[in-house]
Write a protein that binds this ligand. Structure first.
Ligand code: B12
Length: 217
């Protein structure tokens, strides 16, 4: 019988070794041992992806490696999905969160984790996907009237579009009726302050806590 630490290490290793089968195995073992899927995702898969990211930045790994790591991560998370659905808060929706990766940016792994955690915490999440045009954020916000409009940006070249989102929500006359949240690796609290976003979320747990706080739920 594997311990929690061993399973978390296995999940982390699966991403670092781009091994989808091992990622699924780690998830299945976690389910068997009754370990919270959130722990496997945060301390296992995400930690592994961070390592891969660092090696990619240092130039010792290349894009195909990163893609293979991303694939392993989504395979591992897919195994955990049914259990996460089960653990979903059974209470009425705590609020509506609309989220997407900003225009020009196809990074979706972090955003997807935030979506999963918000779901578990009992929020209704409208996931617009990745590379979402600012106009789509605005149109959908008018239609769906979410409490929160959240955008993810993983590149310095796309985080600037979060400014456009703030501006267009104002132009559409709906900015005051909702709160905006920004996140993604290059995004900081300073950036959120600078562009006038209401919430900065460092990671999925932080995002959930801060939304709960601002909505008072
Ligand atoms: C995986 C990855 C990819 C994968 C993405 C797969 C996918 N489906 O998402 C692939 C291989 C496709 C890819 C492509 C590219 N990538 Co890339 N990629 C990465 C990598 C290695 C890891 C990102 C990741 O998934 N991390 C793991 C997750 C869990 O962490 P996270 O995203 O930060 O999310 C957490 C928090 O930030 C937060 N969060 C995230 N979103 C949100 C949203 C909200 C609202 C909140 C509150 C919180 C929140 O919560 C999450 C959970 O804790 C990073 C390196 C890095 N260190 O970030 C580069 C990186 C982001 N990529 C980079 C680049 C340049 C590219 C490409 C342009 C490469 C190319 N030459 O083609 C293309 C992008 C094309 C495009 N138009 O978008 C650069 C960006 C540099 C910059 N300008 O800032 C980076 C930093 C690598 C580097 N140093 O060069 N990439």
């Amino acid at each position: 019988m594997a311990s929690k630490e061993e399973i978390i290490e296995k999940a982390k290793g699966a991403i670092a070794e781009f091994d989808s089968e091992m990622a699924e195995e780690a998830s299945n073992e976690a389910l068997k041992e009754g370990i919270d899927p959130v722990e496997i995702i945060e301390h296992g898969f995400t930690a592994g992806m961070q390592e891969v990211g660092e090696l990619f930045e240092q130039g010792s790994l290349f894009l195909p490696h990163v893609l293979a790591a991303a694939e392993a991560m989504s395979k591992g998370i897919a195994v955990l999905k049914p259990e996460m659905e089960k653990r979903k808060s059974q209470t009425e929706s705590k609020g509506k969160v609309m989220i997407g990766t900003i225009e020009g940016d196809i990074h979706s792994i972090g955003k997807d984790i935030v979506v999963s955690m918000l779901n578990i915490a009992g929020f209704e999440v409208i996931d617009l996907g990745r590379d979402v045009p600012v106009s789509t954020f605005v149109e959908k916000a008018k239609e769906i009237k979410p409490d929160i409009v959240a955008s993810s940006a993983l590149m310095t070249s796309t985080m600037v579009t979060q400014i456009t989102l703030e501006e267009q929500l104002k132009e559409a006359g709906i900015r005051a009726q909702l709160k905006t949240m920004v996140g993604g690796a290059p995004v900081t609290q300073d950036w959120a302050n600078q562009i006038g976003a209401d919430i900065y979320g460092e990671n999925a747990t932080d995002a959930v806590n801060k939304i709960k706080e601002i909505l008072g739920v």
